[in-house]
Design a protein around this ligand. Sequence first.
Ligand SMILES: O=C(O)CNC(=O)[C@H](CS)NC(=O)CCC(=O)C(=O)O
Length: 262
Amino acid sequence: MALAAVGQFCATASVEANLSCVKVLIDKAIRANTAVLFLPEASDYIGTPQGSGFVEGLCSYLSEKASSLFVSVGVHEIHNDNNKSKNSLLWITPDGHVANRYTKLHLFDAVGLKESDRTIAGSEVVKPFDSPIGVIGPAICYDMRFPELALRLRRLGAEIITFPSAFTLRTGADHWETLIRARAIDTQCYIMAAALTGRHNEKRESWGHSMIVDPWGTVIAQCPNTSDPCIAIADINLEYLHQIRYRMPLWDQRRTDIFGEI
Ligand SMILES: O=C(O)CNC(=O)[C@H](CS)NC(=O)CCC(=O)C(=O)O
């Protein structure tokens, strides 16, 4: 049995307050004996940041805990181009070391938001990497609307796909659960969808509904509808995953002769 958690909270512009929330979530995940904690996109701040040192603070807190918890967290990373940042996902080992990083490929320029004004897009798919719960393929939020990325991650060996998010209220209500379950069903992967929730500032509010979906598309854990920091936990059962892939062998049936290799 390997337990994993998705964490949810309401990030604001205060880096320090957000770090405090994340520490609470780390404590909860350790107490629940989970192997990995998945945190939302932009866990360091939403809006114009006040303060800095989020990643350093998270890493040193985690290493002080001397637990076996791994953490996946979405943050803004400095980029030297026009004061823009990268929207990145970091994979942090229990000793507080950043061992892997993915930068969001698809920026959210839609429904009145323009992420590309302050963000540089990534330029590569990151090869899925080993973890105590299985092989993880990294992706972020709006990336989930481009199924070719999730399919590529599956082809490269992913058993688990991450979508740390900060979905808008409207698109969240209409699309969030459907998109996540569709990606789980078409990749036959576990999906870890940790999301920010609540009102971040006068302009932004997020949908929340952090969830874990299994490779059959069933929602097996979901955070309650609250702005308080909380986690949802599920068992990641790779035997079950392999059964599903064996009984419905989509990957042997792809018409690569017609559509090419994904
Ligand atoms: O802005 C930041 O600091 C952090 N990044 C985000 O919140 C991003 C870009 S605005 N949000 C999304 O991608 C929402 C996607 C979405 O809601 C959908 O696909 O419907």
